[in-house]
Design a protein around this ligand. Structure first.
Ligand code: PSU
Ligand code: MN
Length: 307
């Protein structure tokens, strides 16, 4: 295990890593900025339970009082959820300042990958990743999550990307950066709230075992960077394409009108889409995270037998 002076790995997580047992990392920006309280805390705790039920140890990440954390207490999760947007959203560029100022921060996908890699955790489950925003040709708004996938060796299981992003450009970016984009039991890139985007993934994998083998081989080959696994939302929880796309278009129009930019863009769009759909999108969001947690845990179990 990589010892780091700024990193605290929770005892249960450390014991599992040291013994080569399955561990799944989880992010915390989804708790503070991705969902409202109290559903965010309920979801975060349920996700941890699903990972345990599937025989892996959960490691929710954050920065607490300047310490990088792999594994949070219930109280810490409750605190992040309750404080919500009052907690700093921490992507790669924010880490040095939040640590040196001994502040608290919620980890984005990028920061969770960094903490996971430091701790020796190879797989991470979330809802959606950041990507190339619509209009990025002008705004240059491309999430640091994509760069992280290009350089840090952690597999991210998500439900595709929300159509708040430009999905074709996001795929182009990942191709340029050499990031494999896999579909879990699908050839089509899922679009978060819906199972279909009309775009193809690079490869399909059909089981946790097959996925674990790909992760293992990539690591053995010494290829840098992560793998993006896109796992479609279960049919029964998916949303109507027109309803969700209209909500997204309206949210984007409002963000442009109000001059929302930078790190505020994604949280603003997530919150507005939820409000416009009257909470329906939140239910879908929660269910797809559960579904991703299950696949990530099962894959972590398979990975632990491949050492
Ligand atoms: N997309 C979602 N839900 C989320 C996020 C993105 O559907 O909660 C969060 C994740 O933490 C992700 C971050 O890493 O937003 C990306 O923010 P940005 O676009 O500012 O990089
Ligand atoms: Mn951005």
């Amino acid at each position: 295990m990589n010892l780091n002076a700024y990193l605290d790995v929770a005892p249960e997580v450390k014991a599992a890593i040291d013994a080569g047992k399955p561990v799944v990392a989880l992010e915390s920006t989804i708790i503070s900025h991705g969902m409202p309280y109290p559903q965010n805390v309920e979801t975060a705790l349920s996700v941890e339970k699903i990972i345990r039920d599937n025989c892996a140890v959960p490691a929710t990440t954050a920065i607490i009082h300047g310490r990088l954390k792999a594994g949070l207490s219930k109280d810490e999760i409750e605190y992040l959820g309750k404080t919500g947007q009052g907690v700093t959203k921490v992507s790669r560029r924010d880490i040095p300042m939040i640590v040196s100022k001994e502040m608290d921060g919620a980890s984005t996908v990028a920061t969770t990958m960094i903490i996971a890699a430091m701790a020796g955790i190879r797989i991470f489950a979330t809802g959606g990743i950041g990507g190339v925003h619509r209009g990025a040709q002008k705004t240059f708004d491309i999430s640091a999550d994509l760069e992280e996938l290009a350089m840090t060796p952690v597999t991210v299981v998500c439900a595709g990307a929300k159509a708040i992003l430009d999905l074709p450009l996001t795929l182009e970016y990942l191709e340029t950066k050499g990031v494999p984009v896999l579909g879990y039991q699908t050839e089509e890139l899922p679009a978060f709230y819906t199972r279909k985007s009309g775009l193809s993934v690079d490869y399909r994998v059909d089981s946790p075992k097959e996925l674990a083998k790909a992760i293992h081989v990539k690591s053995e080959l010494g290829l840098q960077g992560g793998i993006l696994v896109t796992n479609p939302i279960p049919e029964e929880f998916s949303m109507d394409t027109d309803v969700i796309n209209k909500a997204i278009d309206q949210a984007i129009a409002e963000s442009v009108e109000q001059g929302i930019h930078g790190k505020e863009t994604t949280p603003f769009l997530l919150a507005r889409v939820k409000e416009i759909t009257g909470g329906d999108s939140l239910d879908s969001n929660i269910q797809l995270v559960y579904n991703n947690a299950k696949i990530a845990a099962q894959t972590a179990v398979e990975l632990s037998s491949l050492r």
